[in-house]
Design a protein around this ligand. Structure first.
Ligand code: BTN
Length: 253
């Protein structure tokens, strides 16, 4: 099928209702996260790319997409927060996406800890958050997100099955509308996080978790029932009658 480029004017206009002061829309780049690092002194900037030559996933993996088909973007933020809030920032974006596609596409998604987004057991979006510190505080935070809107990579290229909004619904989606809806929701969460109020967000990420209540195994061999995801992002598993804290790695269901 024919994919069409993003409408930059529409995106710039829509940003007025968000915390983003500027948008940089690139035809091609290595990675929007890497680009954001190069301009990390700027605040509240959206960087979007039509194509990435070296799209990065978590833990050294690659992120695959197709030109003009999907959403590839990074949010560059310079919040006055300590690093404990980085998980809240990633969740604010993950949940914004979950609520957006529920409204726009009537698709239900869940978050697989730490911040992969799944629909019907298949991955539809991923988040890569990177940050730098200045003393105790965050200097910059870059929240990169890849969303399979109108195209998904084939399973053999990946370690997990993938899907797209198009695969799930049979419809193609205007990427600008989805992006702006996500950014508006994110902006509301962001203002709350800056004021230190993350209670609702915390409840919501536990409610929209793919793994809470299920028997899971962590990379370090811990096996048990996933109980909750704490405010700092650590996962609590009940294993052999004791609560065990997992802070990194992948989870198998
Ligand atoms: C993951 O699921 O492993 C995270 C994927 C994150 C991909 C996005 S695409 C836009 C941004 N730029 C990158 O290089 N990576 C993130």
């Amino acid at each position: 099928m024919e994919y069409k480029p993003l409408n930059k004017k529409l995106i710039l206009e829509g940003l007025k209702d968000t915390i983003f002061k500027d948008a940089i829309i690139l035809e091609e780049i290595d990675s929007t996260n890497e680009f954001a690092k190069r301009i990390s002194k700027k605040d509240n900037v959206l960087i979007v790319a039509e194509h990435q030559t070296a799209g990065k996933g978590r833990r050294g993996r690659r992120w695959f997409s197709k030109k003009y088909a999907n959403l590839l973007f990074s949010l560059l933020l310079n919040p006055d927060l300590t690093k404990e809030y980085t998980f809240s920032l990633s969740m604010a974006l993950a949940l914004s996406f979950v609520f957006s596609i529920e409204k726009i596409a009537e698709v239900k998604a869940l978050i697989k800890w730490p911040n992969d987004i799944y629909v019907n057991q298949k991955k539809i979006a991923g988040i890569l958050t990177e940050f730098s510190l200045k003393g105790e505080k965050l200097d910059y935070v870059i929240i990169g997100m890849g969303i399979n809107v109108n195209w998904a990579p084939k399973a053999e290229e990946l370690l997990y099955p993938a899907t797209s909004l198009k695969d799930e619904t049979g419809r193609t989606f205007e990427r600008e509308i989805l992006l702006l809806d996500i950014l508006k929701r994110f902006s509301d969460y962001y203002k709350k996080i800056l004021s230190g109020d993350i209670d609702e967000l915390y409840r919501s990420w536990n409610e929209h978790s793919l793994i809470i209540g299920k028997t899971v195994s962590a990379e370090d061999g811990t096996k048990g029932k996933a109980l909750r995801i704490e405010k700092d992002g650590s996962l609590i598993i009940l294993a052999d009658g004791k609560e065990k804290r997992i802070t990194y790695g992948n989870i198998n269901l």
